[in-house]
Design a protein around this ligand. Structure first.
Ligand SMILES: [Zn+2]
Length: 298
């Protein structure tokens, strides 16, 4: 997306200042059409599409290919968030979204992290103010819970379509439950349980399926020290690790250095922070295939 022209920004700013004082909380649209719902980034977009269907008018804040942690909001996006009946996000993942939701009515925010049991943040590299790990969407069972609660929330915001939201939430939760079963079955018996990754986004996968995540980088502002690389290499060797995971949005350099040290290969494991080639379910299945081969599961 190109930069907002100045005149558009001025108009959007005026909109922000005139509507901010109203603070309307309920689902209301000026034209009486479907309620505006904002999804902060891809997994919340997918979930809102599944549960909201054609009963909501969905807008996504994070464009494909953008690193969601670093998202900054333009005035028009902030204005849209102010107009929306609901913003679906994960508090702690995107500070700019957290700030905008806090400013324009937390009563219009649906924070997926509050819907599930969170894990403590172990990777200090996440640029966040919260004490928990925000990557909750990578566990299908937690996503199923989020789907159910999102259905209830949309039903409250738009009572005319309450049953449709609840029905779609139930079928989405069922699809996620089936995915959870596939993960549990496929990862039950593996030769190694250690998952070495450049971006420690997979703590919920590790928690749910009894794996152990080792993040290479502890601070994103710095390359990991040679000491850290040797430390992880030693651990990886002793635990029979043959694959170092990397991701498409960041440079694979660190993972490659480590892989050479260990005598392992690198492979992409998608944290789904940006829109994948398929959808959430197909990308999660692709991740499962990668995990199965990397951990040598039978
Ligand atoms: Zn992340």
């Amino acid at each position: 997306m190109s930069r907002t022209p100045l005149i558009g920004m001025a108009a959007a700013l005026a909109l922000v200042t005139t509507t901010a004082a109203c603070g309307s909380g309920a689902a209301e649209t000026s034209q009486g059409g479907p309620p505006d719902v904002v999804a902060a980034f891809y997994p919340m977009q997918w979930l809102t599409q599944q549960v909201g269907g054609s009963d909501v008018k969905l807008t996504v804040l994070t464009a494909p290919g953008v690193e969601p942690h670093d998202l900054e909001l333009g005035p028009q996006q902030v204005a849209m968030l102010d107009r929306a009946a609901l913003t679906v996000y994960v508090k702690g993942l995107q500070p700019a979204v957290d700030d905008a939701v806090a400013q324009y009515g937390a009563d219009k925010g649906f924070d997926a992290a509050t819907a599930v049991k969170t894990l403590p943040l172990t990777d200090k590299s996440e640029n966040t103010d919260v004490a928990y790990d925000p990557h909750v969407w990578l566990d299908p069972s937690r996503m199923a819970t989020v789907a159910t609660k999102l259905g209830e929330r949309l039903a409250t915001a738009d009572p005319a379509h309450a049953q449709a939201y609840k029905d779609r939430a139930a079928s989405t939760a069922a699809a996620l439950g089936a995915l959870d079963q596939e993960y549990a079955k496929a990862l039950a018996t593996c030769q190694t349980k250690t998952l070495v990754t450049s971006h420690a986004a997979f703590g919920y996968v590790a928690d749910r399926y009894h794996l152990k995540q080792v993040g290479i980088t502890l601070d994103p502002e710095q390359e990991p020290s040679p000491t850290r690389i040797l430390e992880v290499a030693k651990l990886a060797k002793s635990e029979g690790v043959t694959t170092i995971f990397t991701e498409s949005l960041v440079s694979p350099k660190v993972a490659e250095v480590l892989a050479t040290e260990v005598g392992a290969r690198t492979q992409v494991l998608d944290p789904l922070e940006s829109k994948p080639d398929g959808d959430y379910l197909s990308a999660m299945r692709k991740n499962l295939d990668s995990l199965k081969s990397a951990l040598r599961c039978s």
